[in-house]
Design a binder for this molecule. Sequence first.
Ligand code: FES
Ligand SMILES: [Fe+2]
Length: 348
Amino acid sequence: MGVIHPDICKAETLPSEYYTDEKLYHQILDKFPTSWSFIGPSSMLNQNTVVPVSIGKIPMLLTKKGDEINCVSNVCTHRGMILCQENKTTSSIICPYHGRTFSLDGKIKHMPKFSGVENFPAPSDDLPCAQVVNWHGMLFANLSASKTFDEYISVVEERMNFIEFSRLTIVDNLARLHDISANWMLYVDNYLEGFHIPYVHKGLNSVIDYSNYETEVFDDAVLQVGYAVDGEEVFDIPAGHQDYGKNIAAYYWWIFPNLMLNFYPWGLSINVVKPKGISSTQVVYHGMVLDQDKFGIGAGGDLDTVEHEDQDIVEGCNLGMNSPLYHRGRYSPTMEKGVHHFHRLLTE
Ligand code: FES
Ligand SMILES: [Fe+2]
């Protein structure tokens, strides 16, 4: 049996060393490239042609040439220098160390002082590339995921088929960056249960019908459905859909390992949870609006307050993980299915 028992009624939670041990931290980060990675909104390439990004720990460059978007390694194939540390507008990538030059799709174009070098340039002198997909203005990249993008996203697309994705518009002033002094998995753990809503989020609790909160588990994803109390803003769900007739205020999707897609009647809030160190996490928010008139009300209303309430809890748990008097706990079978699933995916 693995670290986490498959039967939630028998299982114990993830041991505290997973949140505090450097070796385990890196071991888990190595799992990131097995899934598609959300890179950012395509609008990040509006001003620049080269933008440094990362897939898990792996430094990459997002590049744009005309309509073509590429995601190439940000490490020079000569002696391993990082090629580019800031956004740039340029038609080629030039290594700051000895001048090796690449085109925006990663092909080597020029290397000074290399005449006489045998078998040069070879394909291994080009920059390795990730696959990139532009999904309604959101960029995803893949280095070694076994699923196609359609297989990866279909669980979300099928359930959310009443959303007019093509009308989603990125709104720059909804973007946020939060630095948190806690392990990234504690942020995800907290996201994956609504158990804490009545205790931690008094404001949110007044617009959500906590007795109806639902958690559904999929292969690499967890969906939490928040129902509205009477009179609050809800989705207009068409007849024939499995959720037709329900007063749904929010769909909270988490996709392994670190992406959250929160659908509200006003649009979509995207959170990416970026590990920055064993006790350091950056959460990046992007907002895409469908219906401006509904913005700021209901379950998707005061997102900044909810975020700060969550961050205080997550930082508190991070302190707790370092106590020698805590090791692991148990799960609520009705409220913590999502957390149990996440812990199984991390340790399997
Ligand atoms: S490391 Fe890039 S040219 Fe030498
Ligand atoms: Fe929360």
